[in-house]
Design a protein around this ligand. Sequence first.
Ligand SMILES: Cc1cc2nc3c(=O)[nH]c(=O)nc-3n(C[C@H](O)[C@H](O)[C@H](O)COP(=O)(O)OP(=O)(O)OC[C@H]3O[C@@H](n4cnc5c(N)ncnc54)[C@H](O)[C@@H]3O)c2cc1C
Ligand code: SF4
Ligand code: SF4
Ligand code: SF4
Length: 414
Amino acid sequence: MIDVHDIERCVGCGACVDACPHGALAMVSDTEGFLRPQVNTSLCVGCGLCETVCQIGRFGSGQPAAASSSETAPGEPAGAMYGAVALEQNVTARSSSGGVFYLLASEVIRHGGVVYGAAYGDPAAEAAPDSLEVRHIRIDNISALAALQGSKYIQSRTAGIFTQVRDDLAAGRRVLFSGTPCQVAALKLFLGDAWPGLLTVDFICHGVPSPGLWREYLAFVKKETGRDVFWVTLRDKRKVTDRFHSCLKLTDRKPPYRSTEIYDRAIANLWIKVFLSNMAMRPSCHNCAFASLQRVSDITLADFWGGEKTHKALFDLGRGVSLVMCGTPRGEEAIKSILPQTVWEKAAEEDIRQPRLHSPAAASPRRDAFWADKARYGFGRKLAGKYLDYGFWQIIRRRLRAAFGAGRKKAVNV
Ligand SMILES: Cc1cc2nc3c(=O)[nH]c(=O)nc-3n(C[C@H](O)[C@H](O)[C@H](O)COP(=O)(O)OP(=O)(O)OC[C@H]3O[C@@H](n4cnc5c(N)ncnc54)[C@H](O)[C@@H]3O)c2cc1C
Ligand code: SF4
Ligand code: SF4
Ligand code: SF4
């Protein structure tokens, strides 16, 4: 049975749940709102299968992250690197950086494959109340790919997904699996064998905040504005394409169901403050084994921080630039197939400024105090005021807007 006492190192990948043939494991929310496996001892037969897929103790912090069970595992530093921007403006507008993920995904689907990635809810499901929960979904048509585009700064729910990937591969489908490096490592351990039809894509990962706290944040926005959040993007490039903006769309809970947008520099958004504060990150992220130049996936994507001077022509396009790191020959081949759909330049290690290629993010010294106060007060003005710079003037601005500007597009900093 997996070592549930070593829970601080559990990345929450959910592979153990998928691996258990007896249904003895389930992912449940802990006190910080992170999902962790719980064993039903009356169903567990002690077969140990869950341990064979668990990454706890397999990769040391800062150690090479190669997943030993895959033929595509890179034991070497990353291969070719590029800066790239998708030619089509529609693609970059919905993507966090240069839209390379979308190009790779549409290529796989065009060849009869399927794509797995993180979305706000499942557009195919009717579960409206939790439709902004972040979870991994399966997509097999290009028109639905938009749901996967863009960064969701919340840990995504994956339980059940690894089994679906295995079924698709066994049926002979090509599969692109995209996720955090620890989710890719989990998939490789779960699959065991190397699958020639599998292409894995991760990103340089700062860490993932709590999904339970995300739910409380959304409830706080509802309370503050009197409206329901029905759409969100934390990397909005529709108006200002090369900077970091966020947008929430809200609607009245009662007729006449007016809708409005909260649009602002991302740094003013309360959830982005949560993300950047390092107070609500999953504990395992501060000991991440994948904060390394040696990658676990065929391809690693990121924002091309550091390339502003060396790759000025790409940045001058003003649409966001993807950093692309090829980890394996398979990744390199996939990237070469989509480069003609981009403006691209070769990149080198010294061009990149990415702290998470060298070490995990340190936890905030205020992390424990944050969670102690969160348990006391819940997620609200008091907590946000004390830890997230949610000030008096922001509240006044929001009140004025509620009184005089309902329906207009103005910033309220929630
Ligand atoms: C939690 C998180 C932390 C990140 N940290 C960094 C960082 O430190 N440095 C950096 O340069 N870039 C970071 N990124 C990645 C960056 O924001 C872009 O996603 C990346 O540059 C790819 O951009 P793109 O335009 O090619 O594709 P996009 O369309 O923006 O990428 C979408 C892909 O990201 C995946 N994805 C989105 N949210 C999640 C999630 N919550 N869990 C798993 N997969 C998800 C989707 O499945 C999809 O495949 C982070 C992203 C996330 C989600
Ligand atoms: S030991 Fe076997 S039965 Fe028990 S939780 Fe693990 S996989 Fe399930
Ligand atoms: S398999 Fe993943 S979710 Fe399960 S205990 Fe290991 S790290 Fe945690
Ligand atoms: S920081 Fe590391 S442990 Fe945390 S989600 Fe990213 S890859 Fe996983």
